[in-house]
Ligand binder design. Structure first.
Ligand code: TXA
Ligand code: MG
Length: 308
């Protein structure tokens, strides 16, 4: 087992066909055995050995792979039941990251790799994030620097290709997927409160959470956010912003320019940094709009704040 970079977040990887190695991923992450792992492959041509290449998959692959799209497909026997938590379906993607692709080409098989964070905690986007939370438990981290995208892949349910469903928003948006498939895509109720009832169990409500209580705002932080030991994260630096920073607040911003790409890249590392800084609360500004990354970032921040 080793941590590997991808273009989205770092993953905790083991051969997907090796049941014992995959069992250790669950135990190191503290992940319940009912929450299935996603499987990474190097090439489209290897998919039929592990999953059914349903109608429309070739179009998705041509348009989005390698890239931040995970597709749920009917699974084949070569993938152990442990990996899919007993489900007859498997989540598959081809990552767009040089080191990950060359590792996948070298190892003889697909790699199961969920995000390399303890279950429920903020995902890792830098090699030291993996080391910070796992230490000796994950002795090998393949260093790919900072992840280019910073939020996890879009998950598309293609078990029934005539009724595709969006399970998790990511850098690839629903409209792009609809244009590619020529079908409308239903949004699955991803905000569910318990791991047992979620179709994608990791999409349950409380997820990606720092230990510090996290609160969200759209345009202005609450007036009482201005006490010391509270952090306020704005979309961009003060000069671009109409609202004053509350007195005594420790102000941060997701991006120097208010740019969504930069915001997604910084999201998890800033949350980790502020979580380690000893604040009693973190107030986060949500990005507006329907661009895929705005939707994805809002989804992650809402989950991080849920249940607080
Ligand atoms: O960008 C990503 O997808 C990253 C990188 C490392 O590739 N991986 C990642 O893995 O985010 P993970 O395990 O943290 O999230 C995958 C999600 C989980 O919510 C899991 O429950 C869901 O995919 N999933 C896996 N197999 C599934 C299946 N057969 N049916 C429904 N959901 C599934
Ligand atoms: Mg995860």
């Amino acid at each position: 087992m080793a941590a590997i970079p991808t273009e989205t977040v770092y993953g905790l990887a083991a051969l997907a066909t090796d049941e014992d190695a995959c069992r250790s991923i669950f135990s190191v992450k503290g992940r319940p055995l009912i929450d299935p792992l996603i499987v990474h492959v190097a090439a489209f041509s290897s998919i039929p050995a592990f999953a059914e290449p349903v109608e429309g998959l070739d179009k998705l692959a041509k348009t989005f792979w390698p890239g931040p799209l995970t597709v749920i497909l009917p699974k084949r026997k070569a993938i152990p039941d442990l990996v899919t938590a007993g489900k007859p379906s498997v989540a598959i993607r081809i990552p767009d990251q040089k080191a990950a692709l060359s590792l996948l080409a070298k190892v003889d098989g697909p790699l199961a790799a969920p995000s390399a964070n303890p279950f429920g905690y903020v995902s890792p986007t830098r090699p030291e994030h993996v080391a910070d939370t796992f230490g000796e438990k994950v002795p090998f981290v393949l260093d790919g620097g900072s992840c280019r995208i910073g939020v996890e892949s879009t998950i598309l349910d293609m078990r029934d290709p005539r009724r595709p469903g969006l399970l998790r928003p990511g850098a690839i948006g629903r409209t792009q997927l609809e244009e590619c498939l020529g079908r409308s895509i239903r949004i699955c109720p991803s905000v569910v409160s318990s791991v047992e009832t979620a179709l994608a169990p990791g999409t349950m409500e409380r997820h990606y959470s720092p230990g510090t209580p996290l609160f969200l705002f759209e345009s202005e932080p609450p007036a009482d956010a201005g006490t010391s030991r509270q952090a306020v994260v704005f979309l961009q630096p003060p000069r671009e912003r109409p609202h004053p920073i509350p007195a005594h607040a420790h102000a941060y911003w997701w991006s120097e320019s208010g740019d969504l790409t930069e915001m997604a890249q910084n999201l998890f590392s800033l949350l980790r940094r502020l979580d380690a800084a000893g604040y009693v609360a973190i107030h986060c500004q949500l990005p507006a709009g329907e661009e895929p990354l705005a939707v994805a970032v809002r989804d992650r921040l809402r989950r991080a704040a849920a249940g607080k």
